[in-house]
Design a protein. Structure first.
Length: 581
């Protein structure tokens, strides 16, 4: 997964590794030079030797410091740039996720992977270039040089390394699943917080503070438990490794004292040997941290790789001819992936062309909005075809399809920024006059009354506007796009009857050659369309004009009567099946 990143930063990485190796060699020379100072200078009383070997020690230390500064600078730059690239690629992949991929990974988890997991990888790369590679070089070098000084004493080091290696292997094996569970628990905390922030007004309205506090407390407690559990192995193994190396050092000093008394070694050699033991201790502790960090990074990398391997949005290649607006659903069947398995649409056929207005109506869950998602090619049909200008939608490029469709979603989603910037989402190059005209057609006259008019800044999600105001700006955004196909997914649900009638007059009155598909639950909205498609349980059970459906479609009749009753109108105002409209 990281091959292309390594190739991108190969030379800075290799230079940093070379600096780490040189720095480690300088550190390894220190104890040997100190032994020369003691054996050849201090014990014989040769001040010239002390100055010679001491000056050499200072030179080696200064060179090592220069290598350390260089690798620190390179490590910081490379790791941060790699982290930025990784976040950018993750965001790009999230932007191109198919709907199935987006449904599979929760939003809170995606945020954790882009922040916490990428930070873990960045820290690991920084550590590799700064200190992680130094540990094995120093450790192996300490063992080799200690063996050269005294092979018998070095057997103690071999025993210590063998025991420590076993402890590290056990730590890695036990830690990996625990760190993976810890990251999942963090996902849950982020998801819980995000859900609360998204629905904070609903929480306040229903007074469910205690329930939300309980949910967060459970998620937070679970994160704490998983964190303690993931650290438990490290907490146990790290002191054990320190104990093993400490005991090895004591044994080495004891054995070295015996060899000195027998005249088989010198004090400087024993001092250097103990220093190498301490260097090896530091290296082993560093390696333990390396492996523990590697375990966490491995878990984070697997989560990042899962996102990068997710199914992308449908292939962009295909015919990019601009659309004229002829739409045909031909025997379309579709089931949401990972859903209940029940088809959301079953053998639906309908056609609409430029200048036509099609209304789609039906009970909740009938599959009305699914038509939008299929038309925008968020999903591909399981059976049948969707034809645009007579060509299968799967043979057209995604960009051309979506560029030819202006969508007003069921939930009006606006973004932080000015009113004008939000409307320009429909057309980034739209002049101010076009923005004002689109707002006027969408009955968004309230914008002129805002403190700064079209320059008024909206908060995140436009929470400083009412539902109806957000919906009208969403409609203006679609109108400024001036696409050949306009899809309104229950886009007038928050509007009063008078405002909706004025909007309908703008959309219906101009007619023109725009294809309009209106998804609604109101008969009073659908009745003005040229044709109405009635859906129930994913199947088309009625198609025709308002009058034709009132005469022949029981489901449409029931919807109409229920709305008449709720409006307080007499039942005899509704034609019966078979009667005249």
């Amino acid at each position: 997964m990281y091959g292309r990143y390594f190739h991108r930063y190969k030379w800075p990485f290799l230079v940093a590794v070379a600096c780490v190796a040189c720095e480690a060699l300088c550190d390894l020379l220190g104890p040997t030079l100190a032994a020369r100072v003691l054996n050849l200078g201090i014990l014989p009383g040769q001040m010239a030797a002390v100055l010679h070997w001491g000056a050499l020690m200072l030179l080696v230390t200064g060179v090592g410091a220069g290598f350390a500064v260089t690798r620190n600078i390179l490590a910081s730059r490379v790791s941060q740039r790699l982290g930025a690239d990784l976040r950018y690629d993750l965001f790009g992949r999230i932007m191109s996720l198919s709907e199935a991929g987006a449904d599979r990974i929760e939003t809170g988890s995606l945020i954790t992977r882009m922040t916490n997991d990428t930070s873990q990888v960045t820290q690991f790369v920084n550590g590799i270039m700064r200190i992680f590679l130094k540990a094995p070089i120093t450790g192996v070098g300490s063992i080799v040089l200690a063996s050269i000084l005294n092979f018998r004493l070095s057997l103690i080091i071999y025993a210590v390394v063998l025991i420590t290696g076993g402890l590290v292997a056990m730590s890695m094996r036990l830690s990996y699943p625990r760190f993976a569970q810890y990251q999942q628990a963090m996902d849950k905390v982020n998801t819980t917080v995000q859900e609360y922030l998204t629905g904070v007004r609903l929480v306040k309205a229903f007074g469910t503070y205690d329930e939300e506090t309980r949910r967060f407390g459970a998620a937070n407690g679970n994160l704490m438990d998983k964190g303690i559990r993931s650290q438990r192995v490290i907490i146990i193994t790290s002191p054990l490794i320190t104990l093993v190396v400490g005991l090895g050092t004591v044994v080495a000093i004891y054995a070295g004292g015996g060899l000195f008394l027998d005249g088989r070694t010198q004090p400087g050699d024993i001092s250097a040997f103990v220093t190498y033991m301490l260097q090896m201790l530091a290296s082993l502790m560093m390696l333990t941290n390396v492996f523990n960090t590697f375990v966490r990074t491995r878990a984070s990398s697997a989560r990042i790789a899962e996102v990068l391997a997710c199914e992308q949005d449908v292939a962009p290649a295909g015919d990019d001819t601009p659309l004229r607006g002829v739409v045909e659903f031909r025997h379309v069947t579709f089931t949401y992936p990972g859903g209940s398995g029940v088809p959301a649409l079953r053998d639906v056929s309908v056609a609409v062309g430029p200048g036509d207005h099609l209304a789609v109506i039906g009970p909740t869950g009938a599959g009305k909005s699914t038509l939008c998602w299929l038309l925008l090619r968020f999903y591909d049909v399981d059976g049948g075809q969707i034809l645009l200008d007579g060509k299968d939608i799967r043979e057209r490029s995604v960009e051309a399809v979506r560029a030819g469709i202006a969508l007003v979603p069921q939930k009006a989603m606006l973004f932080s920024g000015t009113v004008a910037e939000n409307i320009r989402w429909g057309d980034p190059d739209a002049p101010e006059l076009a923005i004002r005209e689109a707002a006027a057609r969408a009955q968004a006259g309230f914008v002129e009354e805002l403190p700064d008019g079209f320059a008024h800044v909206l908060g995140a999600g436009a929470v400083n506007l009412s539902g109806g105001q957000r919906q009208r700006l969403s409609i203006a955004r679609a109108l400024v796009r001036d696409a050949p196909i306009l899809v309104l997914d229950d886009a007038t649900s928050a509007l009063d009857a008078i405002t909706e009638a004025k909007l309908r007059g703008e959309l219906w009155g101009a007619r023109g050659d725009q294809t309009v598909i209106l998804i609604t639950q109101r008969c009073t909205t659908a009745m003005f369309a040229d044709r109405i498609l009635v859906l129930e349980n994913g199947a088309a059970i009625g198609y025709g004009t308002h009058e034709e459906l009132l005469a022949a479609c029981p489901t449409y009749q029931e919807i109409y009567r229920s709305q008449v009753d709720s409006a307080g109108l007499p039942r005899d105002a509704v034609p019966r099946a078979g009667g005249a409209a």
